[in-house]
Ligand binder design. Sequence first.
Ligand code: IVH
Length: 664
Amino acid sequence: MENGEERIRELRTLLEHHNRKYYIDNAPEISDAEFDRLMKELEQLEADFPGLYDPNSPTQRVGQDINREFTQVAHTYPMLSLGNTYSEAELREFDTRVWKTAGEVQYVCELKYDGTSISLTYRDGALIRAVTRGDGVKGDDVTENVRTIRTIPLRLHGDYPAEFEIRGEILMPFSVFDRLNREKAAAGEPLFANPRNAAAGTLKLQNSAQVARRSLDCYLYYIPGEAAPADTHFGNLKKAAEWGLRVSPHTELCNTVEEVLRFIAKWDRDRAGLPVPIDGIVIKVNDLEKQHLLGYTAKSPRWAIAYKFKAEREATRLIEVTYQVGRTGSITPVANLEPVHLAGTVIKRASLHNADVIAELDLHEQDIVYVEKGGEIIPKIVGVDASLRRAGAEPVRFITHCPECGTELVREEGEANHYCPNAEHCPPQIAGKIEHFVSRKALNIEGMGSETIDLLLNRGLIGNVADIYALPQKRDELMGLDRWQERSVANLLAGIEKSKQATFPAFLFGLGIRYIGETASRNLARSFRSIRSLMAATYEQLTEVEDIGGQMAGSVLNYFAKAENQELVERLLAYGLPGELKEEEAGAGKFNGLTFVITGTLSRPREYFKDLILREGGKVSDSVSAKTSFLLAGESAGSKLKKAEKLKINVINEEEWREMINNR
Ligand code: IVH
């Protein structure tokens, strides 16, 4: 035992060292075969001494099956985005603003990696957690998957802090992306649109062995919080590199905006030669004290900005326009294009949004079109080359009937979209409604992905959302489904049972009433308190509710006027779904009925305070008025503070606010 233990430790250290040499320093000291031999020896020893299992062992890089949903983890510091600009003029304005507040500054220029952001936590030099950005406040725990990424060290060396967080970007190299898409094409599977989506999708795979095969890459670029060792950003990056973490080699200190612009120009030209995609340059104030002085806006730091490269534009040919039917029956026209490379992506489709967009482009069959990747993931058709139009080409005419069920489409007055009115029987609408009903923010039924839903629909096991709750009586039929086993059936049924604990607002949201999103559902639930009183509500009563306009009210009335929907709701209630607001949901909000305005520099971004206020039932408004209950004022508050004082509105500081939320 003694010897085995010693050898295991020795091998782990040795393999970590060679991993670093190979993947981070790019200077391997031993051959691949030798490396494999050491790895095999360690694997064997670990199998012999299972008591010495360590999740951070180099052997764990190969990954293993995980068959559970990801757990959500709250970020210690919210994960913000960056202010964006595409123009030199705006960059100069940023520079002027910075100098005004912080005096002379030095900037750190970095590549803006185009992947998916990640937050890593190390404790005592060991990677203990990796969390995605999520909604910025909380994200998914993807530690198992991240452990398979070879450029992320599982252990650090040197004088690292006892515990700290570091953020960066997970990327898929172009070479891996191309290989993956070739494999997918050969298998007839849908391709990844771009390396960014591919990286994000890979990180969310349920099988870390599969993640390991996709050779993701990572660069780290920011240490938030108190643990940062240096007093400059550049110093922190240098430290991180010393501990064995992968930071970009292409980072530069600049003393003037001219130097920054030169850095940008260089990388706009040279980025094609990089193995991973970048979509711009990030410019950060180097001095942390000055960063602090500059503070944050609602969404992003004032001490940094992202300069984005202009979207490239390419010409390609329109093959045909197809039409997708959404959950609410809305019809989206999609341009199917001859595949074209654009900024590292193969583009085959572009959304045309609605009939007006097609008309405005004057789009004809087989037209040569220009596609651009704007800020969004979905590429846009920005124009048509009419001079290359084939003789006799017909204009693209919007369809008149639903491509899925043949029902005649309707387009309501003042609406951009066409709809298929056959909500109850049009197949994608049925599937879409069910997908929405089971989704996380609605009834959150685990184990019911879109494939399962399609299968259950095809086998006639469900036809609408209420049928889900009859599935426990159909156990035998479920067991008879292809590849379904005791465990998957049990998981599904447990997920269904658990969903009955959902809240009334979530249930209401799950019904998928057109225009009634999460917030509207919450407001309606709070006002009417039960589905029965909501069903009995008049137009006037509905529009009296906070933020419920005429269109929403009309949609609610329409929904409950239909006999099928009434019947559906009755069935769901009979199955035990929550038709009423529970006391704790109604009254728990510590800020119910209170409106806050937030101003000045606070210890955290405004979004953080806003989120907590909303969660406690309060409202946040942008401007001070007689309706304001409290002004939460940070340092150097200006005109809003003056106005609040004039109107005799309660002004509180962060500490007082915190007391309110903790003690009320
Ligand atoms: S710094 C508080 N540096 O861009 C500042 N972000 O649009 C945190 N990104 O969410 C971000 N490269 O995913 C920073 N060198 C870099 C970056 C970078 C890519 C991403 C990151 C962030 C997004 C903001």
